[in-house]
Write a protein that binds this ligand. Structure first.
Ligand code: ASP
Ligand code: MG
Length: 484
């Protein structure tokens, strides 16, 4: 069996046009001889709206909550009408009305009680994926793809940590064998919601926000799929932000570890921790753009492929603050660093980068309103200064392990920029430094020009850049001739 788990994010099912495109993508995989299992998110923004409707009800705003729920009902009803012939749409409408009526009952209850537990929050949030998966399956059938909607709560069995439930791999494997395998063997496409699950007693749980990728990896792992495709609205991982550097290239293949380093920078691709179940089983994960299905995307694999270039990506994180703590007693004395970190711990503030010398410690944190209070507490231990509007630039690549002269090339490229802190070694695959926020764009462009001018065509999509450059050149030529 050539099983492929295809996960579609909220934007891939946001309206009738997107759902139609999604049906075509699934059909293209079947045409290739693959057998898809589809995992789908709620329609774009629906989870946010469900969470706010629950809060609205619990605040006692019964009418407000019911009005939002009515709008959600309309959106699903209209999308079904746009996708399906009348009698099929009517079947979905009836099914959907039962769910919305039940949701409205919960909302009235919340408004009466004035209290919202995470258990009920999970129940309310689960409607988004339940509604989208049923609609997607009906559309697939209508477009000639034999499909069956499967309730994810029969498969994704978790513990009872509502809001961020932990999946039970063994039970998921059992349940996948029970509910998914027979469908696939029958040549049908199971369509299930991501993000949601149930505990062993059948109470609805969720895997945490953005959890549909996690569902796809769990199902892919349980079913030993040959690939997992994450369909989203970006082209995949890029060498850097194309808005900062128009020369950015798509990265064709990246290792799991490299992708994990990048996740911290909030790159708009999946969070790698969620695909761990796939990586552990050596199943490649592809990030693909459902608006440009012919594009190859980015393949995330467990071991890095051979690459001539030292780096895969340059990422930047802005809005950081550097805190300098200058010891008025010996820094290296026993327990001193612990006291400093205890302050951050008390304020529940995560520290990103640390660098120490004999007399001082510099730390970086996200700029936030707790800083004055943190500085005041640190001030009891040492002299403290802090400075905002800083940014962290991070160069990621498996190939920097053990290569000579890389740091020299990096700092040569940004020799005109003031570097405040440097870190290399915590992970052998990244080199990071702190600079002023205002210098970020310049630094990124200059580093990109140094390291990605002659990229390895096996790893980077060089062709797209060449095409863009020659298109630009011909526009320039044309405007020259107009001037003459
Ligand atoms: N719909 C859920 C969310 O928005 C899960 C997902 O989209 O992955 O968080
Ligand atoms: Mg989402």
């Amino acid at each position: 069996m050539k099983l492929v788990v295809m996960k579609f994010g909220g934007t891939s099912v946001e309206d009738a046009t997107a759902i139609d495109r999604t049906a075509q993508i699934v059909a293209s995989r079947i045409a290739r001889g693959q057998q898809p299992i589809v995992v789908v998110s709620a329609m774009a923004k629906v989870t946010d709206q469900l969470l706010s409707v629950a809060n609205c009800a619990a605040r006692g705003d019964r009418a407000g909550a019911l009005a939002i729920s009515a709008r959600l009902r309309c959106r699903h009803r209209d999308t079904a009408s746009a996708l399906l012939p009348m009698e099929k749409a009517a079947v979905y409408h009836t099914w959907m009305d039962v769910r919305f009526d039940a949701l409205d009952e919960v909302l009235r209850g919340l408004a009466a009680v004035g209290e919202l537990t995470i258990r009920v929050t999970d129940l309310v949030a689960s409607y988004g994926e339940r509604l989208s998966s049923k609609l997607l399956a009906a559309t697939f059938e209508e477009r000639g793809i034999p499909a069956t909607a499967v309730d994810a709560r029969d498969i994704i069995i978790t513990d009872s940590q509502y809001g961020r439930a932990v999946p039970n791999d063994e039970l998921i494997e059992q349940r996948s064998g029970l509910h998914l395998l027979p469908l696939v063997e029958d040549g049908r496409v199971p369509v299930m919601g991501g993000f949601i699950g149930a505990n062993e007693q059948g109470v609805t749980t969720t895997l945490g926000r953005g959890g549909s990728d996690f569902t796809a990896a769990l199902v892919g792992g349980a079913m030993n799929a040959e690939a997992i495709e994450i369909w989203t609205d970006v082209d995949g991982v890029m060498t850097t932000d194309p808005r900062v550097c128009p020369d950015a290239l798509r990265v064709k293949t990246i290792s799991f570890e490299e992708a994990a380093e990048l996740a911290y920078f909030g790159a708009k691709v999946l969070h790698p921790a969620t695909i761990l179940p796939a990586v552990q089983k050596n199943i490649p994960v592809l990030v693909l753009n459902s608006r440009k299905p012919a594009n190859e995307g980015t393949r995330i694999i467990s071991l890095a492929p051979h690459c001539r270039s030292p780096f895969k990506c340059i990422a930047a994180k802005r809005r950081l603050t550097i805190i300098d703590v200058v010891a008025n007693r010996m820094l290296m004395s026993h327990g001193y660093l612990k006291e400093i970190f205890d302050v951050f711990d008390r304020h529940k503030c995560a520290v990103d980068m640390v660098s120490t010398s004999e007399v001082s410690v510099s730390l970086t944190v996200d700029s936030n309103e707790k800083l004055p209070a943190i500085a005041a507490d640190l001030g009891k231990l040492a002299d403290v200064k802090y400075e905002g509007r800083k940014a962290l630039v991070c160069m990621v690549g498996e190939n920097i392990r053990g290569q000579n002269g890389i740091a020299a090339q990096v700092f040569q490229a940004i020799r005109h920029i003031n570097v405040r802190m440097i870190s290399q070694g915590a992970s052998e695959i990244n080199m990071s430094f702190m600079i002023d926020e205002d210098d970020v764009d310049e630094a990124v462009r200059s580093l990109h020009a140094t390291f990605f001018e002659n990229p390895d065509p096996e790893i980077f999509d060089v062709k797209a850049r060449e095409a863009a450059r020659s298109a630009l050149a011909s526009i320039a030529l044309a405007s020259e001739s107009v001037k003459q």
